[in-house]
Design a protein around this ligand. Structure first.
Ligand code: AMP
Ligand code: DBH
Length: 550
């Protein structure tokens, strides 16, 4: 393990399990740069990234990343340094990302929606030396503006850089201040030298963020080899090949967008990425038509927006073959609508930046794709569903999902205390998710442990009530939460978005609908509020905690 990683901050794979994964051939010797070098050699002038009118080939991506690496090196960023990276969905991101990898620096991914408090916390926890913010021309807040809002300004984030995407015009010219860099940049183009100085693929590549909705997100340390293993396996289950055209809609720094199969999965097979700058159906449908997009990944709330969009008939979406949906529970009702209204194959993805990723197979029956979250990527993923005492429950019974495997972390970075709560003694990550394995060993996620509603001692799983409310023909979307209640402890509240406000639906209609479906009396919402929208996290998942607080 290179460059200043202390055992009290970074928990590596335990020796015995590491030896097992090595023996099973899970981990390749390629780091992210050797990965890019191979792709450049294989796919050369093929287009890797499309943004607006401009195109970036595999070759151009590689050479621009080397030039940018030289700039980073010239300002003093060194191998092993952590650098916070925050970016809009623009092509400069790829150049900066691989530029950092070229010099062995470690990006700390920060979602574009994160504000100064989060950036500060993330930078402090990781001990980052730099902060690079990549903006669209429309974004006005630069890296320095963010740093100016820090509560304790004088810490070691000495490199602050804002890159503004040239947008539609000239992004592919980035980095443009290359005059002085060009001479020495040749060194970076020399693969022999590069390999000699390259980080081992077993070393820490970057820090991802956990999806916590309050406070500073926890830092997730991933190695080159474990991550690229999950990428390769994801590309396989998504059946990506070099003809694939992938629309990138979700924030580019999110783990789903990066790896499941995400942009790395697409690049790994020589496919072409098309970047959407906003997730609206209008913009995305026109990109699908224009570029003959074959696959796209969405969170359920966005899938809902697309499925019910009045623009659906206005574009030719016939090229779209597969839609991956993940990040939050996809209700079967919406899953079925994705098949029927979009005429695509739905692939559910249940994953986490901590590691474990599950997919339904493209060969699975419609029933399995609609009702389950599929199977783990690797035959070496171990998933144990346990009760509150940590004892495995019987197949088919709901319990807490715990996991360990060749690409799941063994501890958060610099978080000794949190690790005691999040990992079992035998190294299983406690996901906090509830679910069960069906008779074919497919995982079905029923919710999060913290979302369970405790109404006068009765436990209610929000997703069960949500699924029933969603089957009301007038309901477009619903979120069920528990809100504090003096008499009951918690009462059940349903927030409901209707298809058509002109056709009034009242609480009684929903309650009658639930009663007709034979739901237990104590599961019927005490309160129903009709709303126009929910609150969302930075990646577009419904933010339940914020809804409870509202
Ligand atoms: P994050 O911490 O942002 O990496 O989010 C990971 C969490 O998102 C998981 O632990 C689940 O709670 C949730 N999640 C991701 N995908 C799904 C899915 N397909 N179904 C249900 N929950 C999901
Ligand atoms: O929600 C997630 O974090 C997620 C969802 C699907 C994820 O990290 C992934 C796939 O890899």
């Amino acid at each position: 393990m290179s460059a200043g990683l202390r055992q009290d901050k970074y928990v590596p794979f335990p020796k015995e399990r590491a030896a097992f994964y090595e023996k099973m051939g899970c981990w390749d010797d390629e780091n992210h740069i050797q990965f890019l070098h191979r792709l450049k050699t294989e796919y050369g002038r093929k287009i890797a990234v499309v943004q607006g009118k401009q195109l970036l080939s595999y070759e151009a991506l590689y050479s621009r990343a080397t030039l940018y690496a030289h700039q980073l090196s010239a300002v003093g960023i060194k191998s092993g340094d952590f650098v916070v990276l925050q970016s809009a969905n623009v092509s400069e991101f790829f150049i900066v990302l691989f530029g950092l990898y070229f010099i062995g620096a470690r990006p700390v991914f920060c979602l574009n929606g994160h504000g100064a408090a989060e950036v500060e916390g993330i930078a402090r926890n990781s001990g980052a030396v730099g902060y690079i913010k990549i903006n669209t021309p429309q974004e006005t807040e630069d890296a320095q503006d963010i740093c100016n809002q820090f509560s304790r300004p004088n810490f070691s984030l000495w490199f602050r850089s804002t890159i503004v995407s040239d947008g539609e015009v000239n992004t592919a010219a980035f980095p443009n201040a290359i005059a002085s860099a060009t001479k020495n940049a040749d060194a970076y183009l020399d693969m022999d030298k590069l390999q000699a100085s390259a980080e081992s693929s077993r070393s820490l590549a970057f820090l991802q963020l956990s999806g916590g909705t309050t406070g500073t997100p926890k830092l997730i340390p991933r190695t080159h080899a474990d991550y690229l293993y999950s990428v390769a396996m994801s590309a396989k289950v998504a059946r990506l090949d070099s003809h694939a055209k992938i629309l990138i809609v979700l924030p580019i720094m999110h783990n789903f967008t990066m790896s499941s199969p995400g942009f790395l999965g697409a690049l790994s097979v020589g496919a072409t990425l098309v970047l959407a700058t906003d997730p609206s159906p209008g913009h995305c449908f026109s990109l699908i038509e224009q570029h003959a997009i074959s696959q796209v990944s969405l969170v359920p709330s966005l899938a809902n927006l697309w499925v019910h969009s009045p623009l659906l008939g206005a574009y030719d979406l016939s090229s779209l073959q597969v839609m991956q949906v993940g990040g939050a529970k996809l209700q079967p009702e919406l899953a079925a609508a994705i098949f029927d209204r979009l005429d695509v194959k739905l692939q559910q993805v249940y994953g986490m930046a901590e590691g474990l990723v599950n997919f339904t197979s493209l060969d699975d029956s419609r029933d399995i794709c609609v009702n389950t979250q599929g199977k783990a990527l690797s035959p070496f993923d171990e998933i144990q569903i346990v009760d509150e005492q940590g004892v495995p429950v019987e197949q088919g019974c709901i319990g807490l999902i715990t996991t360990r495997g060749p690409y799941t972390i063994n501890g958060y970075y610099n978080a000794t205390e949190a690790n005691l709560l999040s990992f079992t003694e035998d190294g299983f990550y406690i996901t906090g998710d509830l679910g069960f394995k069906d008779e074919h060993n497919n995982i079905v996620v029923t919710g999060r442990q913290k979302e369970l509603i405790n109404r006068a001692g009765e436990k209610i799983t929000p997703s069960e009530v949500e699924a029933l409310i969603l089957s009301h023909p007038q309901v477009r979307d619903v979120t069920v939460i528990g809100v504090p209640d003096k008499a009951l402890g918690e009462r059940i509240k349903a927030l409901v978005i209707l298809h058509d406000l002109a056709q009034p639906v009242v609480r009684k209609d929903i309650v009658d609908h639930l009663k007709e479906r034979g739901i237990a009396q104590f599961k019927i919402p005490d309160e129903i509020e009709f709303v126009n929208d929910f609150k969302y996290t930075h990646v577009g998942k419904v933010n339940r905690r914020q809804l409870v607080g509202s």
